[in-house]
Structures are given as C-alpha cells and as structure tokens.
Design a protein around this ligand. Structure first.
Ligand SMILES: Nc1ccn([C@@H]2O[C@H](COP(=O)(O)OP(=O)(O)OP(=O)(O)O)[C@@H](O)[C@H]2O)c(=O)n1
Ligand SMILES: O=C(CO)[C@H](O)[C@H](O)COP(=O)(O)O
Length: 441
C-alpha cells in the first residue's frame, strides 16, 4: 500500500521531533530512578572540519547559546546521571569553563582532549575514575558503575533513551544506539570501481549514545593499540575485541543525529525553535474584555497546533508558568500602559527564565474604536521599542500588537484569526528584526 513501510530496515518518516497529535496534551517524560552510579563522557575535542567554519561546531552559537550547552543540559536534567566529563581541546578549556559558568551548568568537569576521538574519550573515562581521592581504593570505590558516552554534537538525546542504554549496559557490559541505513554501503576498488555492495537490510548505522560498565570501557582502552586510537571510530568494537563484550544494540529515535555539516547547525536551530514554540500563556490582568479575547484566541491557537493557557496573573499557583517553557501574551485593555508587561519582564528575570532559552513576550493593546480620541488610546511605539531593547539584552524578545476592537462580528472574528496567526509567527520565528515593533492587526 502506498506510504506504508513494509521493510523494517528502512527508516520511517524522518521527522526529527515527534510532535503530539493536534489537541493532545504534551507527554511528560517518566521520572526514572536508577540504583547504580552513572556518569557521562561527552567528547567535544574535535575541530569540526566538515562544517567549513572556523569555530568548532560544538561551540557554534544556536539561538545565543553554544551547541554544547544544549547537550550538557540534556544530560544535566537527568537526575540519575551523577556527573559529566566534557572533553575539549587544551586551547578550549577556558572557553568551556566560561560556558559552564555563564549557563550555570552544575554537574560538569572539563577534561583535556586528545588528538583523536578515541583519545579524547579515553581521557574522559580515566578522569571519571579519578574524580575523587588519590588512593587506589578510594578511586575504585568512587568509580561509576556505568559510563554513557555521547558525542557533544548530538544535542537532542532524551532521558528515556539514556535510561534504556544505561540499563542494557549494566546488564550486558555494553550497549549502543543504532538506526536503519538510509543509503546502501558499498566497497570501492582503489581505481574507483565497485568492488562489492552490502545487503542493506543486514546492516545498521551505529549512533550515540553508547553505554559501558566502567570496567569494560576502561579495560578496552588499556588494551587497545595505537592504531585503534588513531583510526578507530567505534567504542563498541573495542569492547568486543579487547574484553569479549558483545554490545546490546537498541534502535534509537531519529533525534540522535549528529551535527556534522554547516547546514546541520541551521537544522538544529529550527528544531530548537520548534520545541520552544509549542506553548504560550495569556495573561489577562483579570479584565473581562481581555478574557473574552483570550477565549477566542485559544480556539484559533488550537487550529495552529499550539497550546494556549489563560491566567489572570502570574502570582501564587500561576507562577508555575514562569518555570517551564512558556511564552507570554499580555493583553492590556484601553489605556496603552506598559506597566503590566514590565511586571512580566521583572518576574521572568527573577525566575532566571531566559538563561538557557530566549522567551517571547507579546504585548497586545486592545483598543476600542468607540473611544472619543483614538490617538489618545494608541500605544506609544517609542516606549515599547525602548523596553524591548533593554529586554533583548536579557534574552527576552518583546513584540507589540495593536488590536482595534470592532462591533461588527464578522470583522472582529477575522481580526482575532489574524492576530493569532501573527502571534504564532512571532513565537515560532523569533525574528530579531521585529523586536520592539508595534504591529497593527
Ligand atoms: N580529537 C577529537 C575529535 C573529535 N572529538 C569529538 O567527537 C565527536 C564526534 O566527532 P566528529 O563529528 O567527527 O567531530 P569533529 O572531529 O570535530 O568533526 P570533523 O570530522 O568534521 O572534523 C565530536 O563531538 C567531536 O568534538 C573529540 O572529542 N576529540
Ligand atoms: O557514530 C559514532 C560511533 O559509532 C561516532 O559518532 C562516529 O564514529 C564518529 O566518527 P567520526 O569522528 O569519523 O565522525
């Protein structure tokens, strides 16, 4: 049947982030607990030659934050991962230390890298074993049971999959992520002709993360040769060859893909934008016309596959919106006063909400055409521009929309749909050029 995938070795729809069905509530990840010590090594000591950029890809900025910080965050939010060794080239150790301080990463130690990926990983594994104490016995007692190795340039790994890898590594000694091949692998002759081709259905791409018991990966690196260190690309292979440990292979999601080329950085940015744009919270200030507009917008947003919650304020229980990944829409009625939106900016600062991701705040001024002087009720563009410039320095993107109320039902419904579309575009695109602009709906 058309569109049906009958071959289990063929990757399905390559969508990078599985999005929930329209109208479904977002799935919260399960809280996992693991009763053995797990640490991680993130090799980040490469130069990223294939991007063609001067800056190694792990330090390239994505929405104002180095790519590596996203990967560190993905591991840091997993409560059962105790510590993370980030391995970087000697000349980037200060840069990495700055990143840790700036983005307030907590579980990270910076380790000096080597000239190849295997040498870097080996340094990370050793550093984890030596993290506490100098004496042999103390060191052994503090070694993690399982080490997860994950390329620093694969930022979208999720807790559920890390859990599967950690559990399988504890049981089997080694475990790794695999994906179906998208192309057939062929061997070439030295003259550039086809030598032979592999039966695609029998092979898989080896991805990351991989997990090992500490003893297996430590011994594998102790025993492997200089040629392995120089030319090898597969840790699972070292575990098999030097420790006789057969890795359990687990099919992972497409999100495990590795940033390799320049275009992958743009793809990573668009995926991050997409995840940051799924939900917004409307603050009505308790006014009845604002609440009516919020209800109408809620319906319009459902059709745009975005979750929109309505709250009168951000106090007490409603402060929960400040700690998750919500964007904000403040509706002010009649008087174009920015004090309510200023209060949201202050709350966001106090909650340190914009540390890791930019937050979008949209100020909507709902003005009535029946009022005597329209000009008196128009928002002052300069005021919002100044406020937005200051907010931008704190990673908050403030936009303004002027919406004129209408007594004509049809005209009003059209305006609401238009304003919902403008809002969803502002939230999804995060255009710096439109920051501080007062758009007319
Ligand atoms: N000496 C090295 C080389 C690579 N890596 C890391 O291994 C991961 C996967 O390697 P790859 O994608 O090949 O990165 P680069 O070697 O930086 O890229 P390129 O091959 O294009 O130069 C990256 O996080 C990279 O920083 C490392 O820690 N130490
Ligand atoms: O997928 C992997 C391990 O199986 C690694 O990411 C891969 O081997 C890295 O290789 P390279 O540095 O040549 O890109």
């Amino acid at each position: 049947m058309e569109g049906e995938n009958c071959d289990p070795a063929r990757p399905d729809n390559p969508q990078v982030f599985p999005t929930p069905e329209s109208g479904q509530r977002r799935r919260r990840p399960l809280e996992r607990s693991v009763d053995f010590p797990v640490c991680a090594v993130l090799p980040a000591g490469g130069t990223g030659e294939r991007t063609g950029l001067r800056t190694p890809k792990q330090f390239c900025s994505v929405l104002g934050r180095p790519l590596i910080s996203y990967t560190v965050q993905a591991f840091e939010r997993v409560s059962w991962i105790q510590s993370i060794a980030v391995v970087v080239a000697k000349e980037n150790m200060d840069l990495m230390t700055d990143i840790i301080q700036r983005f307030q990463h907590k579980k990270v130690q910076v380790v000096e890298g080597g000239s190849t990926r295997h040498r870097s990983i080996c340094n990370g594994v050793r550093a984890l074993g030596e993290a506490v104490g100098e004496e042999e016995q103390v060191m052994a007692a503090n070694r993690p049971k399982v080490v997860i190795i994950h390329d620093a340039v694969r930022p979208f790994v999720e807790e559920d999959f890390l859990y599967k890898i950690a559990m399988a590594a504890k049981e089997q000694g080694a475990a790794g992520a695999i994906r179906p091949l998208v192309s057939t692998v062929i061997a070439t002759t030295s003259e550039g002709y086809l030598d032979h081709s592999l039966e695609r259905a029998r092979y898989r791409a080896s991805e990351m993360p991989q997990g090992f018991t500490y003893d297996v990966i430590y011994q594998a690196y102790q025993r492997c040769t200089d040629a392995d260190f120089e030319f090898g690309t597969e840790c699972l292979h070292l575990a098999l060859q030097y420790c006789g440990t057969k890795a359990k292979l687990i099919e992972g999601p497409p999100t495990l893909w590795k940033v390799t080329y320049k275009r992958d950085l743009a793809a990573a940015e668009s995926i991050i934008k997409e995840t940051l744009s799924r939900s917004a919270c409307i603050v009505t200030g308790g006014s009845a016309p604002a609440a009516t507009l919020a209800d109408a917008l809620q319906n319009a947003f459902r059709a745009l596959d975005m979750e929109l919650n309505v709250t009168p304020d951000l106090m007490g229980d409603n402060s929960k919106y400040l700690v998750n990944e919500w964007n904000f829409i403040q509706i002010s009625v009649s008087h174009p006063c920015l004090s309510e939106v200023e209060a949201i900016l202050t709350d966001l600062d106090a909650a340190n909400r914009a540390l890791l991701h930019p937050v979008v705040v949209i100020w909507v001024h709902l003005s009535s055409l029946d009022e005597l002087s329209i000009s008196r009720t128009m928002a002052e563009p300069a005021a919002i521009r100044d406020l937005a410039s200051a907010a931008k320095l704190r990673n908050i993107l403030l936009y303004g929309i002027q919406l004129h109320q209408s007594t004509d039902t049809e005209c009003w419904e059209r305006s609401v749909l238009r304003v919902a579309e403008i809002m969803s575009t502002l939230i999804r695109d995060r255009s710096p050029a439109l920051v501080g602009q007062l758009l007319q709906a």
